[in-house]
Ligand binder design. Structure first.
Ligand SMILES: [Zn+2]
Length: 82
């Protein structure tokens, strides 16, 4: 069964952290090639992550990651009306 955009949200953090299997990465990249909305979300996350990592070379603080997830989810729901 094909994944919906929303199903990718939970994988995107791991994708950007390089924690996903090659197979999942491929799925996400394939989807990103077809879906502008998801590309925008990933770009936003990449910018946020790199801004954060410029300051100090470690993972996103849990609070920030939580906030980012909420922002992205809200944005997503606005776009897709769910
Ligand atoms: Zn999508």
């Amino acid at each position: 069964m094909a994944k919906k955009c929303q199903d990718y949200i939970s994988d995107l953090n791991s994708y950007l952290d390089g924690e996903l299997s090659a197979e999942l990465c491929e799925q996400i990249e394939k989807h990103l090639g077809q879906c502008r909305n998801c590309r925008i979300v990933v770009d936003t996350m990449k910018q946020t992550v790199s801004l954060c990592r410029d300051g100090k070379a470690e993972a996103l603080p849990a609070a920030l990651e939580d906030k980012l997830n909420r922002v992205l989810k809200a944005r997503w729901e606005k776009k897709f009306g769910k």
